[in-house]
Write a protein that binds this ligand. Structure first.
Ligand SMILES: CC(=O)N[C@H]1[C@@H](OP(=O)(O)OP(=O)(O)OC[C@H]2O[C@@H](n3ccc(=O)[nH]c3=O)[C@H](O)[C@@H]2O)O[C@H](CO)[C@@H](O)[C@@H]1O
Length: 362
């Protein structure tokens, strides 16, 4: 079976795509081709994971000027034609669109070439690419039931996460506490600004605590400088632009402070990790808040709204939780009960069922 996986941009699109690819490879010995954009995180993560990647030029449509939008629309037929050529060369049995830049043209090409197309949608409200192709796809895998109405033949599968998240070694009571801070694949300005302000008093109040802070590529230097100027003991904190080995980073953490992007939430559940979530307020249709509300409602996380977030509120929340191992353990267990351990396999099985139909047809 040959499968094309198209899309990317942020980690939230490409990381589940890699989990689907791994499952297709191990369960169905599938051969994969990724189609992405040079601007997306896929240009680094896909070759690193050992998969073949073809890049196409696609512009942006959201949060850009009218001129850029017009150019993107004019370039779209070229993008679709390039994808049609890639599909004719690779002869896939199915195409999976994971949302993000390259997903639209590749799914368009699959529909025109009459190749079965599966859309993957992690959010409660789909992004533009998936909204445009939703009616023409062969099937869809969604994380939230309300997203199903945008697609033909949608199933609620959950979000596939890297399988390592399900197999982490539990923390031991004797280990010094560790806090992981990360703001989605691009970092979160609000966490980058507040954490250095509270690092010194927090480290002082919680004996042995260490902090690992992922700040995002654009803000790593300024965040590092702010920590350096904060007076927090340098051996007890680290700042990174991006963390490549997230399962290991989760394993080492007693508490996670993060945005509530769809994959982040799915990973917290898979790992059974307690969290403090600060939804990104500008996310389309405020979907990060909906993700965090599901977690907070189940007692799996605490949600703090960015508009209300002050250094003292964040410090008090983190201190209280880090001081209460029993509360952390209970939150972690509730998070685990929300996990979808079979998401990757279910999506891979949907792709395989579609592929069999193409094989029979031709
Ligand atoms: C700002 C924005 O529009 N964010 C959207 C984007 O977020 P974003 O890409 O940040 O979203 P997610 O939280 O879904 O995914 C982040 C992924 O990157 C990984 N990671 C992150 C940091 C790091 O250093 N290393 C690393 O591997 C995480 O483990 C996770 O797998 O896509 C998500 C899924 O469509 C949406 O829900 C988010 O609202």
């Amino acid at each position: 079976m040959r499968v094309v996986i198209a899309g990317g941009g942020t980690g939230g699109h490409i990381i589940p795509a890699l989990a689907i690819a791994d499952e297709l490879k191990s369960a169905f010995a599938a051969e994969m081709l990724f189609i992405g954009s040079p601007r997306g995180l896929e240009s680094r993560l896909v070759p690193q994971a050992g998969y073949r990647l073809e890049l196409i030029q696609v512009g942006q449509l959201k949060n850009v000027s009218l001129m850029t939008r017009a150019r993107t629309l004019l370039d779209l037929p070229l993008g679709i034609m390039r994808c049609m050529r890639l599909l004719r060369d690779f002869h896939p049995h199915a195409v999976v669109g994971v949302g993000g830049y390259a997903s639209g043209p590749a799914m368009g090409a699959a529909i025109l070439e009459r190749i079965p197309a599966l859309a993957f949608e992690p959010n409660a409200a789909p992004g533009l690419a998936n909204r445009l192709v939703g009616r023409w796809v062969t099937g869809a895998a969604v994380n939230f039931a309300p997203a199903a109405r945008y697609f033909r033949h949608a199933q609620v599968t959950g979000i596939p996460v890297r399988s390592e998240f399900f197999r982490l070694t539990p923390r031991l009571a004797a280990e010094p506490p560790h806090l992981l801070v990360f703001g989605g694949s691009q970092g979160a300005r609000v966490l980058n600004t507040i954490l250095p302000k509270i690092a010194a008093p927090l480290l002082d109040a919680v004996p042995g605590l260490t902090i690992l802070h992922q700040a995002g590529a654009r803000h790593a230097e300024t965040t590092l400088a702010a920590y350096e100027a904060s007076g927090a003991p340098p051996e007890r904190w680290q700042v990174h632009a991006f963390l490549d080995d997230m399962p290991r980073r989760f394993e080492a953490a007693d508490l996670v402070l993060a945005r509530s992007g769809a994959s982040t939430v799915a990973e917290l559940c898979a790992a059974g990790k307690p969290a403090v979530l600060v939804p990104f307020p500008q996310a389309a249709d405020d979907h990060q808040r909906k993700n965090a509300e599901v977690m907070a409602g189940a007692g799996a996380a605490k949600m703090l709204i960015e508009a209300d977030l002050t250094p003292s509120l964040l410090e008090a929340t983190l201190r209280e939780l880090l001081d209460n191992a029993a509360a952390l353990a209970a939150m972690g267990e509730r998070a685990r009960s929300l996990a979808h351990p079979d998401a990757a396999l279910r999506i891979a099985a949907m792709v395989a069922a579609m592929s069999r139909r193409t094989s029979k047809a031709g």
